[in-house]
Design a binder for this molecule. Structure first.
Ligand SMILES: NC(=O)c1ccc[n+]([C@@H]2O[C@H](COP(=O)([O-])OP(=O)(O)OC[C@H]3O[C@@H](n4cnc5c(N)ncnc54)[C@H](OP(=O)(O)O)[C@@H]3O)[C@@H](O)[C@H]2O)c1
Length: 218
């Protein structure tokens, strides 16, 4: 569960900002190996490319690097949406309802009921791992959809999330991938969306499998 760092934006602007291409700052390095210059640089590159949402967490130990990247970008603070992580199960006790719920969601693993629940409660569902930690890259069904639209496999994966009403948090520190992941201004047809919805469950989480959030343990 995440909440916005500052509460000055209206919920409309928050939704607008989040559904714009997002960028996950933790992504650049494994947790525990923060690198100021590269993290800050990737954040700055992403902002220059039009990203307006950066996700971080205290546990990632890179909040200061994110701040430096934002400063270096020159973007006005009010125009950038920064999320960090707070505890789960806060709905019963919080005074301000969380605006966003980060959920594991990607082609081959979409929690449709949870997404509906978030929508019914006025909470924006935000897909982390929209590229399935890279496991989708070799998926032939997704590759077929990507080919139809003349894009790379991660792009329809991100677009799929957006068309389901999710914000998408693709993770990469590669400038070419940062750029490609923002180029999702195409419309996946209803037929292709249906094909993506029924892609066989992706159960092999690759190198990410040891994380509890991917192993079905949380
Ligand atoms: N809120 C929560 O409870 C929670 C829990 C777990 C994780 N998370 C967050 O979710 C993130 C999960 O990361 P993830 O790895 O599963 O994210 P992901 O975006 O699904 O996958 C990232 C992988 O896809 C590759 N990739 C991304 N864009 C690409 C492109 N355009 N072309 C080719 N390859 C591309 C990346 O490689 P390159 O680096 O080479 O681009 C990387 O290997 C973490 O950063 C973490 O912060 C949140």
């Amino acid at each position: 569960m995440t909440t916005r760092e500052s509460s000055c934006l209206s919920s409309h602007r928050i939704t607008e900002a989040v559904t714009h291409a997002a960028f996950e700052a933790e992504s650049i390095f494994p947790i525990g190996e923060p690198n100021d210059a590269q993290t800050a640089h990737a954040v700055s590159v992403a902002i220059d490319l039009g990203y307006r949402h950066v996700d971080t967490a205290q546990a990632y130990d890179n909040e200061a690097d994110v701040r430096e990247g934002l400063r270096a970008s020159g973007a006005a603070r009010d125009d950038v949406f920064v999320t960090t992580k707070v505890a789960e199960n806060v709905l019963g006790s919080c005074r301000v309802k969380p605006m966003v719920n980060q959920v594991l969601a990607h082609v081959g693993h979409t929690p449709f009921e949870l997404v509906d629940w978030c929508r019914a409660h006025g909470i924006l569902a935000e897909a982390y791992s929209p590229v399935g930690h890279g496991t989708v890259l070799g998926n032939p069904q997704i590759a077929e959809v990507a080919k139809r639209y003349g894009v790379s496999v991660p792009q329809p994966c991100i677009r799929y999330c957006l068309q389901l009403g999710l914000a998408a948090l693709p993770k990469t520190g590669n400038p070419d991938h940062i750029r490609a992941n923002a180029q999702v201004n195409f419309e996946i047809s209803d037929v292709a969306m249906t094909a993506l919805r029924i892609v066989a469950p992706i159960t092999d989480n690759g190198e990410a499998a040891h994380f509890p959030v991917y192993g079905g343990k949380l």
